[in-house]
Design a protein around this ligand. Structure first.
Ligand code: ATP
Length: 260
């Protein structure tokens, strides 16, 4: 197998057919490089989550191959802390404090008590929750819970962060603040982010590259390089132009020509 330089994830001719007969992915080919912020953008049911979950070792391709750091994803997940996952729901344990929720993956990995506490506090500081470490999930807003979820994923310093519509359930203002914060973390930590969304504005605001997926069966329809400097200005013309390009690709991938 030839591993390309700086390649973090590769999909090689990946098909996924569930045992219900649903073809979720059809010949997906994609190479993701170190440091990218890449979004899978596509309509509901086009296989975005299926693709992301495979990178996390959750489900195998029916045909083809997914590699993470040149290896089988399951092996990477089992042996290293290099990959972390953030879901749409924060999925916090209600009986544990914010700090204890963030500590959980570090405890499971068996790192020593003092250093894991330091790491957890440091990462909670980064997501703006240092003053809430003793709070319980029920005392937090939706945005704060998502921050804890991001902190928990970041605590073990992953090289690859997988995010499946993490901000979809949040109000617009909270979503925008979290998007800004996520970009700050990405720039500081220099990790690779693979992000799933069906929101064109979100994809253009966050991504260095957008993989537009087509409706069932899920295929890669277009790759868009987003060559806008960060932080991005949502109101400027270049931003609007790229939103247009992405929207058109999305419409095209859904077999419709007109813009919504
Ligand atoms: N475990 C499963 N068993 C059977 N079919 C499944 C399973 N998981 C997903 N599917 C189907 O595979 C297709 C792709 O699903 P997937 O969740 O990957 O899409 P998606 O693009 O992430 O959608 P959404 O944006 O709505 O989350 C859908 O038709 C879905 O119903």
């Amino acid at each position: 197998m030839v591993v390309m330089e700086n390649e973090v994830v590769s999909f090689e001719q990946v098909d996924k057919i569930y045992n219900t007969g649903t073809v979720a992915l059809n010949r997906l080919n994609l190479s993701i490089k170190e440091g990218e912020f890449i979004s899978f953008l596509g309509p509901s049911g086009c296989g975005k989550s299926t693709a992301l979950r495979m990178v996390a070792g959750l489900g195998d391709p029916t045909k083809g191959k997914v590699n993470v750091f040149g290896q089988d994803p399951k092996a990477v997940i089992q042996k290293t802390n290099d990959v972390a996952f953030v879901f749409q729901e924060a999925n916090l344990l209600p009986w544990r404090t914010v700090l204890d929720n963030v500590l959980l993956p570090l405890e499971l990995r068996g790192s020593d008590k003092k250093s894991r506490k330091e790491a957890a506090i440091q990462v909670l500081e980064k997501v703006g929750l240092k003053d809430h470490i003793k709070s319980y999930p029920r005392q937090l807003s939706g945005g704060m819970k998502m921050r804890v979820s991001i902190a928990r994923a970041m605590a073990a310093k992953p090289k690859l962060l997988l995010m499946d519509e993490p901000f979809a359930a949040l109000d617009e203002l909270t979503r925008q603040t979290l998007q800004m914060d996520l970009l700050n973390i990405w720039e500081k930590e220099k990790m690779t982010i693979l992000f799933v969304t069906h929101n064109v504005y979100e994809a253009v605001y966050l991504s260095s590259r957008i993989a537009v997926m087509s409706a069932r069966p899920g295929r890669l329809s277009t790759l868009i390089d987003v060559n806008l400097p960060y932080p991005r200005e949502r109101t400027n013309t270049e931003f609007a132009d790229l939103v247009n390009v992405a929207s058109q690709s999305l419409e095209h991938s859904m077999g419709r020509k007109e813009l919504v």
